[in-house]
Design a protein around this ligand. Structure first.
Ligand code: PGA
Ligand code: ZN
Length: 425
């Protein structure tokens, strides 16, 4: 049973305040977790409660921390931390709003995750095993950012993430080895081109390009220079994050100085898929463009993963509507888009039932918290996206997965063979 709990303000990878919850059970087991924060958030996400005002740019979280200490801690005392469903239902009821705006999704999620950690500790198990039992042996295929753009790089280029996937690697560890070489090669090419200017929010190289296609060209060259076959061994994934520059069927591309309609965006992206070894595209259209999403999925869904992030916001009901319309074939899974682990899990369950693939994802504002790695492996989701191959809030997660692959030993299976771009059943 939960003996005590406290919330505290800690700091994220952008130097902004965030919420940490720490839970102690009657037997002495402890669980601790920190909420992450997005920058290119979907309008359908649960709300991150921030103080507003002058301090720390309005990002302070004293109200969310107070919600943990003054509302949630007394209300949860005595509850069974291992009853995640019951505990999350209590959190949802205590907040009482559809978007978690009263207590804050940051307060609720840190508590929901802390309870999972405490229950795993009480059971004497690593979290992934506590969540998935003996069957939790599937190591995810990582999506790793090489160039960061969009809202994570002052909108230097329109596209937010230029990433790689290594479907031909033999293990999770080998996928990291290959990505490390590609990341290094990309940095060397940037230096040669005089464009080496540090890194963006998630650790990808700063996108000093004058066209989105230039980044794609350089990524292909980096894959080749690292010694890999583009497409077959190392493929490209993109997060267009189109809600950042598209609305009402109008897409304002800053780099090209032109505005496209939905059809124009689909033609542009389809052209990229024809010209470059792209295996996955996230948020190709804006969150309000469900018809565009469906048209794009009809056009390319049997060749590439079409991933909904801002479009689906880890929401089971939105997934069902998208499936009925034939929009997207893969869901990004971000726990803080919903605010509790149970609702996050419900979205993944709906995805599986609907024939959608899943990618567990970090946010652009992260910390040393690695809970999402345990979720990806414990739930057998098959893919994991946590940013680039630099900065320890990212590397902490890749390294945590390495340890789990090692612990699983011969029982581990790598999701590398995952057929990307599967169409829906
Ligand atoms: P965010 O970006 O965390 O800033 O929303 C990540 C993503 O769009 O996948
Ligand atoms: Zn995204």
């Amino acid at each position: 049973a939960i003996a005590s709990m406290r919330g505290r303000r800690v700091w994220d990878s952008r130097g902004r305040p965030t919420v940490e919850a720490e839970m102690v059970l009657a037997g002495g087991a402890m669980g601790r977790a920190i909420a992450p924060a997005g920058a290119s958030t979907g309008s359908g996400e649960a709300l991150d409660l921030r103080d507003g005002g002058a301090a720390f740019g309005g990002y302070d979280v004293t109200r969310a921390v107070a919600a943990v200490n003054e509302v949630l801690a007394p209300a949860l005392r005595g509850m069974d931390a291992a009853d995640q469903t019951g505990l999350d239902a209590r959190l949802i009821a205590l907040d009482g709003t559809p978007d978690k705006s009263r207590l804050g999704a940051n307060a609720l999620l840190s508590v929901s995750m802390a309870a999972a950690h405490a229950a795993a500790a009480a059971a004497g198990q690593p979290l992934y095993r506590h969540l998935g039992g003996e069957a939790a042996t599937l190591m995810p295929l990582p999506q790793i950012q090489i160039f960061g753009g969009g809202a994570h790089a002052g909108r230097r280029v329109d596209v937010q993430d230029f990433l790689v996937m290594c479907p031909a690697a033999g293990s999770f560890a080998e996928a990291l080895d290959w990505t490390a070489e590609v990341y290094r090669a990309a940095g060397a090419l940037m230096k040669q081109a005089g464009g080496l200017q540090g890194v963006a929010d998630e650790g990808g190289w700063w996108p000093a390009f004058s066209a989105n296609e230039q980044a794609l060209e350089m990524l292909v060259r980096a894959i080749e220079q690292a010694g890999f076959a583009p497409g077959r061994q190392v493929a490209i994934a993109l997060d267009i994050a189109a809600s950042e520059f598209g609305r009402g069927g109008r897409y304002k591309l800053g780099l090209e100085g032109r505005t496209l309609d939905t059809g124009g965006m689909i033609d542009l992206l389809t052209g990229w898929i024809d010209a470059y070894p792209i295996a996955s595209i996230e948020d190709p259209l804006a969150e309000d463009d469900a018809e565009g999403f469906a048209a794009f999925t009809r056009a390319v869904g049997d060749r590439v993963q079409v991933v909904g992030d801002d479009f689906l916001v880890t929401d089971a009901a939105r997934l069902r509507a998208a499936a009925a319309a034939g929009a997207a074939n893969t869901v990004l899974i971000k726990p803080n888009q919903r605010g509790t682990l149970s609702e996050t899990r419900a979205a993944w369950d709906a995805a599986r039932e609907l024939g959608y693939a899943g990618i567990v994802s970090a946010r652009s504002g992260e910390t040393e918290d690695v809970t999402i790695v345990d979720l990806a492996i414990g739930w057998g989701v098959g893919q994991l996206k946590v940013g680039s191959f630099a900065r320890s809030e990212r590397m902490a997660k890749w390294n945590a997965a390495l340890r789990i692959e090692e612990a699983l030993g011969a029982r581990s299976r790598f999701a590398g063979g995952t057929r990307l771009g599967r169409s829906r059943r």
